[in-house]
Design a protein around this ligand. Sequence first.
Ligand code: ARG
Ligand code: ZN
Length: 891
Amino acid sequence: PTIHRADYAPLAWTVARIDLHFALAPQATVVTSRLACVRNPDAAPGPIVLDGEELETLALTVDGLDPAPGTVRRTESRIEIDVADRDEVALEIVTRINPQANTALSGLYLSRGGYFTQCEAEGFRRITWFPDRPDVMARFTVTLEGDKAACPVLLSNGNLVEEGELPDGRHYARWEDPFPKPCYLFALVAADLVALERRELTASGREVLLQVWVEKGNLDRAGHAMESLVHAMRWDEETFGLELDLDRFMIVAVSDFNMGAMENKGLNIFNAKYVLAKPDTATDVDYEHIESVVAHEYFHNWTGNRVTCRDWFQLTLKEGLTVFRDQQFSADMLACAAGAEGGSSARAVKRIDDVRVLRSAQFPEDAGPMAHPIRPESYQEINNFYTATVYEKGAEVIRMLHTLLGPEGFRNGMDLYFSYHDGQAVTCDDFVNAMAEANGRDLDQFMRWYGQAGTPRLRAQGEWNGADGSYTLTLSQSTQPTPGQPDKLPLVIPVAVGLIGPDGADLPLQLEGEHQPGATTRVLELATETRQWRFTNLAAEPAPSLLRGFSAPVILELDEDDGRLAFRMAHDSDACNRWDAAQRYAERVLLQLAADAAAGRALKVPAPFIDAFGKLLRNELLDPAFRAQALALPGEAYLLERMEPADPAALRAAQLHVGAELGRVLAADWLALAESLVEPGEYRYHPADAGGRALVNLALRYLCAARVDAGVALAAARFDSATNMTDRFGALAALMHGAVPAAEAALAAFYRRYQNDTLVLDKWFALQAGAWRRDAAAAPVLAQVRELLADPAFSPSNPNKVYALLGSFFRANPGEFHLADGSGYEFWAEQVIALDAANPQVAARMARALENWRRFTPALQAAIRPQLERVLAADGLSPDVTEIVEKALAA
Ligand code: ARG
Ligand code: ZN
């Protein structure tokens, strides 16, 4: 069934208080729920409505009595209770659930002997009958009762108010959450864990207890998460004046988890990979991810929990805003670590990361059958809408508001939003209205960003008039139709613009009608289909640098020849655009070579490209982290999106060739670079050091791609002598990338060293599933992936393992997945069907690997279609996978 945003109606009855009691047992947990239901004065009259899924109902009373005959209607998933003449009713409901059988990891489930919950979006209904929607905000008290030996730690939201012993080796704990909350923010943990603890004062001087709960052997990996949490607390106090509102804040790491992490009130539950880190097991990138995910979940306490969503269509209200907040936080952390001089480059490096994610994950989504606005109009399965569009494009929309209103205007809007809506469940309109009111600005047209799907194309044309020294810039916008949205309206697009003079320096910008030149970067607002701006007082023809800082989530179309791209690679003062110039040049070369490969022509990398690339590589004025970004070729997913038709084999041939040529021709530079960036003493995670390590690892990758002997030897030596995971994994990845003989031994050594470390083994799986074949005679990676499925360390019930092995193959290795004989697709169908029977959310993520199948060559499409049909025909297919595959086939 399809749910529509327009159908929203408030419930006739809501819940003011809920008192939950859990008698925990692996296969038969008994949940007793006492609900104080209250009539909603703002809604049409009707019955009390409760949701349920896979519940065994043992008892239900209304005000302590069996319900009167004919007043209760019950189906598998819904209970309706008629209540006359009263405005308050007490329900008591007893259900029995089986956490051990819960392989979907939604609701209450077991992981390595402990009990954990995941309730967003609709998991609470798998625990007990309840109106499972975010506009029902109740005060929770929770009593947990369980076996003391198996579960010495009993946690839930809020404050611990009581604990004690029970007969038969059992014990209990009682928790009270002072804040009303929707049930998707409920959580419990009952497991054998230990905590890293710290006490901090909030800005207003309240003492709070911070805890990071992990399995016993992992206490030495909890420190970075704790540091990150403290940084996030401070940042939100300083940036937005937002303080922690609880006496205790807990983070818990769990091994089996569908997503990244969850912001349950006061009890954040995390996929262990976003908590655990020590130098020997985590890379710099892992450290960065932990910092940003910890911050993201912490920031939700205000943007998501204190003010929550009225319904799930508003998901971007909390997710887009919170992603924007975590992006700003990470940029500030990097800038702060880089100090006064390096700050702006460090910020740009983070921005570039964000843009890469948007282009490689969100742009393809916006161009395919799953295209939806950041606020969708309909869905079949809400879990399918935790998307790059809702999250990442949602964050871009918030960023545009920040750009249009300025930091102060944005802060004022946030303050007003909280002053109006603290404690409420609201909509995206409420947020934008607060921004508009605080700034005295009409944002009605801006609101279109919430309703219109598809990536806008921004076409730019410049005209130089040498006679009067003026430069006229014409900007136009258009958006292609998306499923269900044939017609598109003009959006408000902030375009940050600079003009670069012939010497490479930015020119002060003076618009026609202004008396003197101003700043060198200015934000133009395009709100109509097309508009012109005339810059005057210019001595020579400038080179435009448009969309600086990637000021809007659009595809910029500007005709620039190779020379112009090389010029901007060398001079653009906006680091983001300088990187983008390199990406555009590389894209041009790669797509040309892919076309040559497809046509059976010889492949040749243009010398001017290698030259421009080499100049960046040798430029020691540029910070290593930036150079590592600028010298990394655009991602495969993004390139396939730009290729017509998408031909993964041809693209892979081009990528292999270009990488090897850049390695071979620039070998001396790469070697010099790798040797000059000497290791700072003992490993510490610090952005300044991380940039150097990333650049060295990239150098090794190019050298191995070209099989430069000295480079391969250096990679092998660094692998052997590494003192930390960043160096060890970087060297291993380079050796694998080159498919050199040393790779196999290194891979085996890596496995031996980490065979008992499940998180590190995920890297081992991912590396092999994502491998590039250099020798056409070698066995396809598919054979290796099949073999790895049988490895004792693999487990299909652990989402991280599935993402590492199958995700890395289906989603991150198109060159190997899209085999001409279709065997990759057969394997895909087999795996999606098998996964779906146990865990629909994980299966649906894997299913999405083929949603854009219409973009591929006719031969590949012909091989894909029967496999899509085979999945759709599978018995008992979940709504999750059904929605993805149906939409793909309908396109
Ligand atoms: N709210 C979580 C976050 O972004 C994500 C939870 C998603 N869960 C799900 N089953 N779709 O931090
Ligand atoms: Zn979130």
